[in-house]
Design a protein around this ligand. Sequence first.
Ligand SMILES: *[C@@H]1O[C@H](CO)[C@@H](O)[C@H](O)[C@H]1NC(C)=O
Ligand SMILES: *[C@@H]1O[C@H](CO)[C@@H](O)[C@H](O)[C@H]1NC(C)=O
Ligand SMILES: *[C@@H]1O[C@H](CO)[C@@H](O)[C@H](O)[C@H]1NC(C)=O
Ligand SMILES: *[C@@H]1O[C@H](CO)[C@@H](O)[C@H](O)[C@H]1NC(C)=O
Length: 265
Amino acid sequence: MQFELLFLSLLAVLASSAVISPLHHHDWSQSDRQFYTAVNAIRTSSPSSLSCTMPQPSDMPSSALPPPSPGLSVFHVAVGRGTQNYTCPSTSSPSSPPLALGALANLYNATCLASFSTPSPLTAVPPILALSASPPALQDTTPPHPLPASSLLTGHHYFTNSTLPTFNLNQASTDSAFGVYFSEKKFNVTAPSGSSMGSDGSTAVPWLKLMVVGEGTVGGDAGVGAGVKEVYRVNTAGGNAPSSCEGRVGETFEMQYAAEYWFLG
Ligand SMILES: *[C@@H]1O[C@H](CO)[C@@H](O)[C@H](O)[C@H]1NC(C)=O
Ligand SMILES: *[C@@H]1O[C@H](CO)[C@@H](O)[C@H](O)[C@H]1NC(C)=O
Ligand SMILES: *[C@@H]1O[C@H](CO)[C@@H](O)[C@H](O)[C@H]1NC(C)=O
Ligand SMILES: *[C@@H]1O[C@H](CO)[C@@H](O)[C@H](O)[C@H]1NC(C)=O
Protein backbone atom coordinates (compact mmCIF):
# COMPACT_ATOMS: atom_id res chain seq x y z
CA MET A 1 0.00 0.00 0.00
CA GLN A 2 2.79 2.33 0.88
CA PHE A 3 4.37 1.72 -2.51
CA GLU A 4 1.10 2.64 -4.21
CA LEU A 5 1.10 5.87 -2.28
CA LEU A 6 4.70 6.51 -3.25
CA PHE A 7 3.81 6.02 -6.88
CA LEU A 8 0.77 8.29 -6.74
CA SER A 9 2.71 10.94 -4.88
CA LEU A 10 5.49 10.83 -7.43
CA LEU A 11 2.95 11.21 -10.18
CA ALA A 12 1.52 14.22 -8.38
CA VAL A 13 4.95 15.76 -8.06
CA LEU A 14 5.74 15.14 -11.70
CA ALA A 15 2.39 16.47 -12.81
CA SER A 16 3.11 19.71 -10.97
CA SER A 17 6.60 19.95 -12.42
CA ALA A 18 6.92 22.33 -15.32
CA VAL A 19 10.09 20.54 -16.37
CA ILE A 20 8.45 17.23 -17.13
CA SER A 21 4.97 18.26 -18.27
CA PRO A 22 3.10 17.59 -20.45
CA LEU A 23 2.58 14.06 -19.24
CA HIS A 24 1.81 12.42 -22.57
CA HIS A 25 3.78 9.24 -22.71
CA HIS A 26 5.06 9.85 -26.21
CA ASP A 27 6.71 13.02 -24.93
CA TRP A 28 8.66 11.26 -22.21
CA SER A 29 12.38 11.58 -22.48
CA GLN A 30 14.72 8.69 -21.90
CA SER A 31 15.37 9.93 -18.34
CA ASP A 32 11.65 10.18 -17.62
CA ARG A 33 11.22 6.59 -18.68
CA GLN A 34 14.13 5.49 -16.50
CA PHE A 35 12.52 7.37 -13.62
CA TYR A 36 9.22 5.54 -14.03
CA THR A 37 10.99 2.23 -14.44
CA ALA A 38 12.76 2.78 -11.14
CA VAL A 39 9.59 3.89 -9.37
CA ASN A 40 7.77 0.89 -10.72
CA ALA A 41 10.54 -1.44 -9.58
CA ILE A 42 10.29 -0.07 -6.05
CA ARG A 43 6.51 -0.14 -6.06
CA THR A 44 6.20 -3.73 -7.20
CA SER A 45 9.12 -5.31 -5.34
CA SER A 46 9.07 -6.59 -1.82
CA PRO A 47 11.72 -4.63 0.10
CA SER A 48 13.87 -7.73 0.61
CA SER A 49 13.98 -8.51 -3.08
CA LEU A 50 15.03 -5.05 -4.20
CA SER A 51 18.47 -5.32 -5.71
CA CYS A 52 20.46 -2.33 -4.57
CA THR A 53 23.98 -1.52 -5.48
CA MET A 54 25.89 1.09 -3.51
CA PRO A 55 25.41 4.48 -5.19
CA GLN A 56 28.49 6.31 -6.48
CA PRO A 57 29.54 9.84 -5.48
CA SER A 58 28.61 10.85 -9.03
CA ASP A 59 25.01 9.81 -8.29
CA MET A 60 24.65 12.76 -5.90
CA PRO A 61 22.50 15.61 -7.17
CA SER A 62 24.95 17.95 -8.88
CA SER A 63 25.60 21.44 -7.55
CA ALA A 64 28.27 24.12 -7.27
CA LEU A 65 29.51 22.53 -4.05
CA PRO A 66 33.06 21.18 -4.23
CA PRO A 67 33.08 17.50 -5.20
CA PRO A 68 33.91 14.82 -2.62
CA SER A 69 37.60 14.38 -1.92
CA PRO A 70 39.30 11.87 -4.24
CA GLY A 71 39.12 8.28 -3.14
CA LEU A 72 35.96 8.62 -1.04
CA SER A 73 32.99 6.40 -1.72
CA VAL A 74 29.37 6.54 -0.63
CA PHE A 75 28.90 4.90 2.74
CA HIS A 76 25.29 5.77 3.49
CA VAL A 77 22.44 7.92 2.17
CA ALA A 78 19.69 9.16 4.45
CA VAL A 79 16.59 11.26 4.07
CA GLY A 80 16.16 13.73 6.91
CA ARG A 81 12.80 15.13 8.05
CA GLY A 82 12.55 17.56 10.93
CA THR A 83 12.97 21.20 11.83
CA GLN A 84 15.52 23.95 11.54
CA ASN A 85 15.33 26.10 14.68
CA TYR A 86 15.76 29.86 14.87
CA THR A 87 15.59 32.60 17.45
CA CYS A 88 14.88 36.30 17.53
CA PRO A 89 16.36 37.46 20.85
CA SER A 90 14.28 40.02 22.73
CA THR A 91 17.06 42.52 22.05
CA SER A 92 16.78 42.09 18.27
CA SER A 93 15.11 44.68 16.07
CA PRO A 94 12.11 43.58 13.98
CA SER A 95 14.14 44.16 10.81
CA SER A 96 17.07 41.96 11.82
CA PRO A 97 17.29 38.40 10.47
CA PRO A 98 16.54 35.44 12.78
CA LEU A 99 19.57 33.59 14.12
CA ALA A 100 20.08 29.88 13.44
CA LEU A 101 19.65 27.74 16.56
CA GLY A 102 20.38 24.23 15.38
CA ALA A 103 18.18 21.53 13.94
CA LEU A 104 16.54 18.27 14.85
CA ALA A 105 15.65 15.62 12.29
CA ASN A 106 14.94 11.93 11.91
CA LEU A 107 17.21 10.20 9.38
CA TYR A 108 15.87 7.33 7.26
CA ASN A 109 17.95 4.83 5.32
CA ALA A 110 17.69 5.78 1.65
CA THR A 111 20.87 4.15 0.33
CA CYS A 112 18.83 1.69 -1.68
CA LEU A 113 16.55 4.36 -3.16
CA ALA A 114 19.63 6.39 -4.11
CA SER A 115 21.07 3.47 -6.06
CA PHE A 116 18.37 3.62 -8.73
CA SER A 117 19.38 5.28 -11.95
CA THR A 118 19.20 8.98 -12.57
CA PRO A 119 16.88 10.67 -11.88
CA SER A 120 16.52 8.60 -8.76
CA PRO A 121 13.05 8.22 -7.24
CA LEU A 122 14.73 9.60 -4.14
CA THR A 123 14.62 13.03 -5.76
CA ALA A 124 10.87 13.22 -5.21
CA VAL A 125 10.98 12.23 -1.54
CA PRO A 126 12.20 15.35 0.36
CA PRO A 127 9.63 17.66 -1.29
CA ILE A 128 6.80 15.34 -0.27
CA LEU A 129 8.16 14.81 3.25
CA ALA A 130 8.65 18.53 3.87
CA LEU A 131 5.02 19.18 3.00
CA SER A 132 3.67 16.68 5.51
CA ALA A 133 1.94 18.42 8.34
CA SER A 134 4.35 17.63 11.15
CA PRO A 135 7.70 15.90 11.60
CA PRO A 136 7.68 12.29 12.74
CA ALA A 137 8.17 11.57 16.44
CA LEU A 138 11.81 11.11 17.35
CA GLN A 139 11.58 7.43 18.22
CA ASP A 140 8.99 6.48 15.60
CA THR A 141 10.79 3.93 13.44
CA THR A 142 8.06 3.75 10.79
CA PRO A 143 9.24 5.50 7.64
CA PRO A 144 6.84 8.35 6.85
CA HIS A 145 5.00 8.45 3.54
CA PRO A 146 6.26 8.30 0.78
CA LEU A 147 9.33 6.34 1.93
CA PRO A 148 9.15 2.59 1.35
CA ALA A 149 8.83 0.31 4.38
CA SER A 150 12.49 -0.71 4.01
CA SER A 151 13.72 2.84 4.70
CA LEU A 152 14.10 2.31 8.43
CA LEU A 153 15.08 4.97 10.94
CA THR A 154 18.88 5.20 10.76
CA GLY A 155 19.28 7.76 13.52
CA HIS A 156 19.09 11.49 14.14
CA HIS A 157 20.60 14.80 13.14
CA TYR A 158 21.02 17.44 15.84
CA PHE A 159 23.58 19.91 17.14
CA THR A 160 26.10 19.08 19.87
CA ASN A 161 27.18 21.92 22.17
CA SER A 162 24.98 24.24 20.06
CA THR A 163 27.61 24.44 17.33
CA LEU A 164 28.47 21.03 15.90
CA PRO A 165 26.08 19.50 13.35
CA THR A 166 25.88 15.88 14.51
CA PHE A 167 24.80 12.77 12.67
CA ASN A 168 24.02 9.91 15.02
CA LEU A 169 23.55 6.90 12.76
CA ASN A 170 23.26 4.46 15.63
CA GLN A 171 19.68 3.47 16.32
CA ALA A 172 19.30 0.40 18.50
CA SER A 173 15.59 -0.06 17.71
CA THR A 174 16.37 -0.68 14.04
CA ASP A 175 19.79 -2.31 14.47
CA SER A 176 21.37 0.68 12.78
CA ALA A 177 25.05 0.97 13.73
CA PHE A 178 26.67 3.27 11.20
CA GLY A 179 28.50 5.54 13.64
CA VAL A 180 28.20 8.99 15.23
CA TYR A 181 29.77 11.99 13.49
CA PHE A 182 30.41 15.56 14.58
CA SER A 183 30.85 17.93 11.65
CA GLU A 184 31.44 21.50 10.58
CA LYS A 185 29.80 23.34 7.70
CA LYS A 186 32.49 24.19 5.14
CA PHE A 187 30.63 25.09 1.96
CA ASN A 188 27.10 26.29 1.23
CA VAL A 189 25.18 27.16 -1.91
CA THR A 190 21.67 28.52 -2.29
CA ALA A 191 19.13 25.80 -3.09
CA PRO A 192 18.19 25.79 -6.78
CA SER A 193 15.33 28.11 -7.69
CA GLY A 194 12.09 26.17 -7.75
CA SER A 195 13.11 24.02 -4.76
CA SER A 196 10.15 22.87 -2.70
CA MET A 197 8.77 24.61 0.35
CA GLY A 198 8.16 23.28 3.82
CA SER A 199 4.59 22.82 5.07
CA ASP A 200 4.91 26.26 6.74
CA GLY A 201 5.79 27.93 3.46
CA SER A 202 9.51 28.17 4.27
CA THR A 203 11.86 28.26 1.30
CA ALA A 204 14.56 25.62 0.91
CA VAL A 205 17.69 25.77 3.09
CA PRO A 206 21.06 25.91 1.31
CA TRP A 207 22.84 22.81 0.08
CA LEU A 208 25.92 22.09 2.21
CA LYS A 209 29.19 20.26 2.31
CA LEU A 210 30.18 19.39 5.88
CA MET A 211 33.49 17.93 7.02
CA VAL A 212 33.55 15.39 9.83
CA VAL A 213 35.69 16.68 12.71
CA GLY A 214 35.16 13.85 15.18
CA GLU A 215 33.46 10.57 15.85
CA GLY A 216 31.46 9.70 18.93
CA THR A 217 29.87 6.78 20.62
CA VAL A 218 26.52 8.25 21.64
CA GLY A 219 23.78 5.64 21.71
CA GLY A 220 25.96 2.62 21.18
CA ASP A 221 29.30 1.74 19.68
CA ALA A 222 30.79 3.63 16.77
CA GLY A 223 29.62 0.84 14.51
CA VAL A 224 30.87 0.00 11.07
CA GLY A 225 30.54 3.66 10.14
CA ALA A 226 33.88 4.67 11.56
CA GLY A 227 35.50 6.49 8.69
CA VAL A 228 32.87 8.87 7.30
CA LYS A 229 34.79 12.00 6.31
CA GLU A 230 32.35 14.21 4.44
CA VAL A 231 28.59 14.81 4.55
CA TYR A 232 26.51 16.54 1.89
CA ARG A 233 23.07 18.05 2.43
CA VAL A 234 21.36 18.27 -0.95
CA ASN A 235 17.88 18.31 -2.51
CA THR A 236 16.59 20.42 0.35
CA ALA A 237 12.93 21.36 0.81
CA GLY A 238 11.82 24.05 3.27
CA GLY A 239 13.58 25.01 6.49
CA ASN A 240 14.65 28.60 5.80
CA ALA A 241 13.82 31.30 8.34
CA PRO A 242 11.67 34.27 7.34
CA SER A 243 13.87 37.16 6.24
CA SER A 244 13.24 39.24 9.36
CA CYS A 245 12.21 39.03 13.02
CA GLU A 246 9.07 41.08 12.30
CA GLY A 247 6.38 39.72 14.65
CA ARG A 248 8.77 37.24 16.28
CA VAL A 249 11.00 39.32 18.56
CA GLY A 250 11.65 37.33 21.76
CA GLU A 251 10.63 34.03 20.15
CA THR A 252 12.35 30.75 19.36
CA PHE A 253 10.72 28.92 16.50
CA GLU A 254 11.03 26.02 14.05
CA MET A 255 10.77 25.75 10.30
CA GLN A 256 9.83 22.45 8.64
CA TYR A 257 12.35 20.83 6.28
CA ALA A 258 13.52 17.66 4.60
CA ALA A 259 16.72 16.86 2.69
CA GLU A 260 18.97 14.14 1.38
CA TYR A 261 22.15 13.52 3.37
CA TRP A 262 25.03 11.70 1.62
CA PHE A 263 27.77 10.25 3.84
CA LEU A 264 31.15 9.58 2.22
CA GLY A 265 34.09 7.75 3.69
C1 LIG B 1 20.72 0.89 4.61
O1 LIG B 1 22.05 1.40 4.63
C2 LIG B 1 23.07 0.47 4.28
C3 LIG B 1 24.39 1.21 4.38
O2 LIG B 1 24.39 2.38 3.63
C4 LIG B 1 22.83 -0.11 2.90
O3 LIG B 1 23.78 -1.12 2.62
C5 LIG B 1 21.43 -0.69 2.79
O4 LIG B 1 21.16 -1.08 1.46
C6 LIG B 1 20.40 0.35 3.22
N1 LIG B 1 19.06 -0.21 3.16
C7 LIG B 1 18.08 0.40 2.48
C8 LIG B 1 16.76 -0.31 2.53
O5 LIG B 1 18.23 1.42 1.84
C1 LIG C 1 14.43 22.56 18.07
O1 LIG C 1 13.15 22.02 18.00
C2 LIG C 1 13.02 20.74 18.58
C3 LIG C 1 11.65 20.23 18.31
O2 LIG C 1 10.71 20.99 19.03
C4 LIG C 1 13.30 20.81 20.04
O3 LIG C 1 13.21 19.54 20.61
C5 LIG C 1 14.69 21.32 20.21
O4 LIG C 1 14.97 21.48 21.57
C6 LIG C 1 14.86 22.65 19.52
N1 LIG C 1 16.25 23.02 19.56
C7 LIG C 1 16.62 24.21 19.93
C8 LIG C 1 18.09 24.43 19.89
O5 LIG C 1 15.84 25.08 20.25
C1 LIG D 1 30.92 19.53 24.17
O1 LIG D 1 31.32 20.33 25.27
C2 LIG D 1 31.83 19.59 26.38
C3 LIG D 1 32.07 20.57 27.52
O2 LIG D 1 32.86 21.63 27.08
C4 LIG D 1 33.08 18.86 25.95
O3 LIG D 1 33.59 18.09 27.01
C5 LIG D 1 32.76 17.94 24.77
O4 LIG D 1 33.95 17.35 24.28
C6 LIG D 1 32.11 18.73 23.65
N1 LIG D 1 31.68 17.81 22.61
C7 LIG D 1 32.21 17.80 21.39
C8 LIG D 1 31.69 16.76 20.44
O5 LIG D 1 33.05 18.59 21.01
C1 LIG E 1 26.90 30.73 3.32
O1 LIG E 1 27.31 30.82 4.67
C2 LIG E 1 27.79 32.10 5.04
C3 LIG E 1 28.32 32.01 6.45
O2 LIG E 1 27.38 31.41 7.31
C4 LIG E 1 26.66 33.13 4.87
O3 LIG E 1 27.13 34.41 5.20
C5 LIG E 1 26.18 33.11 3.44
O4 LIG E 1 25.07 33.95 3.31
C6 LIG E 1 25.78 31.70 3.04
N1 LIG E 1 25.45 31.66 1.62
C7 LIG E 1 24.39 31.00 1.18
C8 LIG E 1 24.21 31.02 -0.29
O5 LIG E 1 23.62 30.42 1.92
